[in-house]
Design a protein around this ligand. Sequence first.
Ligand SMILES: *Cc1c(COP(=O)(O)O)cnc(C)c1O
Length: 469
Amino acid sequence: MSYISTRGQAPALAFDDVLLAGLARDGGLYVPAAWPRLTPDDLRRFRGLSYAELAVEVMLPFLGGTIGRDDFARLVTDAYGSFAHQAVVPLVQLDARTWMMELFHGPTLAFKDVALQLLGRLFDHVLAARDSRVTIVGATSGDTGSAAIEACRDRDRVDIVILHPRGRTSEVQRRQMTSVLSSNVHNVALEGTFDDCQDAVKAMFNDAAYRDALNLSAVNSINWARIMAQIVYYVAAAVALGAPDREVAFAVPTGNFGNVYAAYAARQMGVPVAKLIVGTNENDILARFFASGEMKADGVVPTLSPSMDIQVSSNFERLLFDLMDRDGAAVATCMAGFRETGRFEVSQGQLARVRDLFAGHRCDTAGTLAVMQDAYARSGYLVDPHSAVGVAAAHAAGLDPSVPVIVMGTAHPAKFPDAVEKATGLRPPLPRHLADLYDRPERMDILANDIQILKEYVRARSRVARINA
Ligand SMILES: *Cc1c(COP(=O)(O)O)cnc(C)c1O
């Protein structure tokens, strides 16, 4: 199994190199050179497996022998042992033909844990085999930082520094990061905005000597291994609801297009998927694309579902690559044009092909609150505002009623208590594993927005820098 770049210029790499590289050297994203196939018999064989057992079966072909089966099974079992539900990603029936797959029982209450809990362990394993280390730096406006910290805490080969804008995250978000006291975890409360945090991280990566001295790395959403880990739950949901003998549809609350791209990958592997419904909030660039074939960036407006407030969906490039018949040069031209003008367009033929599988649906604030209110009134079920956008998309899709629709539940309602309270009057309590969050001691360093100070701070906490010095 080798991986190729969507822009056609970077060298093909094996899984372990793709894991550590993240972005390809030509600016593209790595995808498998060919999709492993799941036959109908494979899917039947999967019935009755635990989530961890299924995860090993689905992901092993993607590793191409770079990690042995027993080692991998140990990492997977350990990763999903950190979830608060025995089923890891339980399926809950919402109405006659709609299900919610709850992807939010991980340590930080959002679906990113499903991939990141495994990713941190994969990093450690591959780095140990090479006797190497990395320093991970990242900027967060609140949510992704905690998932990255939980993924990397106590990992022997990884030091992680996360910058957040001081006083500008919610208290829950801050505490989810700063209450992790592991010696390899460092939280910086920067005197500045989220953009200042991002600029500081970019400046570190752009300093080649610094980057190499610290072996800087990121765990961002374009990392192939995150997509790989997300494919598993689409296979699990389809098998639970009748694959290979019945088609299913998925409704996915979407931002960077990583989650729904994993559903596409599952279909490419042979899972019978009738439709992929992309749910967006008011930041509806994707819904507009699936309607018109034109991708046109607009300003970002804040919504009830902040993890979907995006301007450009970075993982869309992976779908574009297939839509352009895997012509890397054509993708590179298209992306260069997009960077320059903020827009690109696919042909009518390409649009017809993409719409064969995908549909987009926009849900605004009023629609989001209405879904949350309705679910609570009907069954007492609390839905977070991101997952609510998915439910709205599922209901709007107008599919054949014999096709079950599975909504991806991307956040726990307790992660967005203000929106839930607004819709239902009920303030959801934190689940048991986080119930004492407000009593836990915190550790963070408040630093000025000064790149020299920040660079020195990270260098002093990087075990790589210490060994290289
Ligand atoms: C990240 C996130 C999303 C968006 O997922 P993408 O893979 O970026 O499309 C949706 N909901 C929640 C709660 C998230 O954290």
